[in-house]
Design a protein around this ligand. Sequence first.
Ligand SMILES: [Ca+2]
Ligand SMILES: [Ca+2]
Ligand SMILES: [Ca+2]
Ligand SMILES: [Ca+2]
Length: 590
Amino acid sequence: MFNLTFACLGLAWLLFIAPLFLPLIPMKLSAGDAAQSQQDQTPLPDFIDVAEKAGLRATNVFGGKQSSTYILESTGTGVAIFDFDNDGWPDIFFVNGTTLDGSQSETPPTNHLYRNNHDGTFTDVTEKAGLRASGWGQGVCVGDYDNDGWEDLHITYFGRNRLYHNLGGAFQEVAGKSGVLGSKKAWGSGCAFVDYDRDGRLDLFVANYAQFDLAHASLPGQYPSCLWKGIAVFCGPRGLAGDSNTLYRNLGNGQFQDVTSTAGINKTPGHYCFSVSTLDFDNDGWPDIYVACDSAPSILYHNRRDGSFSDIGIFSGVAYNVDGREQAGMGAAVADYNGDGKLDIFRTNFSDDTPTLYRNNGDGTFDDVTHSAGVGFHTRYLGWGTAFLDFDNDGWPDLLQVNGHVYPEVDALKLGIEYCEPKVLYRNNGNGTFRDISRSAGSAISRPSSARGLAVGDLWNDGRLAAVIVNRNEAANLLVNRATYPNHWIAFKTIGTRSNRSGIGARLILKTDSRTQIDEVRSGSSYISNNDVRVHFGLGASTKVEHLEVRWPSGLMEHFRNPAVDTIVVVKEGSGEAIEAAKLNSHAAK
Ligand SMILES: [Ca+2]
Ligand SMILES: [Ca+2]
Ligand SMILES: [Ca+2]
Ligand SMILES: [Ca+2]
């Protein structure tokens, strides 16, 4: 632990010196320089890491610290921001892993749930909440699958997956009883709750990475595919047998049915899949599913509205990059970054490659706009968690990517690639382009770490988005922005009645005097993580929302007039009324 942490911090100085020696790359800006110049006058963010101060002190445990024998040790874990005790304040859940040699056996590493104390600190309530569990944990997703008003948790494993039913602030593990345990041998990765058949019950999509058998796994350097830049490294994923993803249909009695085959999900096997992001990309009211896949084409499952899906990733242009090359997809994020009413996709990839930004054309296709949009500069970093977050509340979603290499051995090789890597933060210029502000966005952005999972959310209900990052074999980061902005904001918590209670899949269309913005309530996404499910919009200078239109998964189109701004608002399906969450919570407390 000490050595690795030291290595991560010890390289930080390089970040400040390196730019001096890099050739000056002229930055090409497209139209909208006015917007750019306005941006230049807005304060840069100043993200600092307050994880330790806030009490998020558990260290991630995930395989060997100095080297990794197997690919299993490399992928790290996810994190979820969600309100487990319904007090109106988001809490934080970290998935944890283990080691191959049992070196942690005195106290087996466990997942961790941290309760939000409302004062900037968190308390570890893992035991009390019944969430102590060990194993090769991977991803996490949040959704109220039984519509009882309490958000439940699904956690994927290399091994048995777990479903935690929230009994009112404490959890009961029900994966076996509910039918979502998996094959017990599968390597589950990302997941998302999604009501794909729109019957009011949340179904569950689980991505699987590869078929991996520790007893027969190849050793570093054993085959040509186990060499990287001439050095012996762990084998895979190429050479491993792929696996199919899984879809479970919620039967409504606490049971799920495996519908992988009838839904056509098994027609796209062997893609080494990681992260699951749901989005209705074609605006037909039916949720579609994007899966970021490693060393294989990524998948876009188009919802055929009859209980089945077809993978249109290649046809629609989101499987490969602009050169028609498959990439090593890790995480993905969804937002309408250019404000045209269509949801776009950003995906993180391996090093010696760029991440990929896909702009939705609205005709069933996407264009790879990575370079023209200004997010193709960095090719050194190996990206994992990613999220759109409007950190300055100007109404244009900004973009955070967290990084870390998979081979701890790289540091000794002096290749110009380090195991621990800084984060990348892009500011959205509001004209279809982004500006890389990573070098001047605060110490928490520039400090290298072995990042994997990432979740963003409004942890203190004040309209200021924070980011929680899992670092492999290190402590977590909690990034908060010290800069302030004069802009307004609004956020929505959805409560479905005919639709699933979480409102997952609801489309929100927000109109101000100057703009229309859209987003959706989403489970999963980022890298095998789950963001705060409440939908946040920056409003810029607008002090008023003219109206919010919600397209509920049930099909109901509902208008909410003049919701209050600079606050979190609850919209309940069929009520026609947007109520400030703080008023509801104080009422509930009485
Ligand atoms: Ca529940
Ligand atoms: Ca359903
Ligand atoms: Ca659709
Ligand atoms: Ca912004």
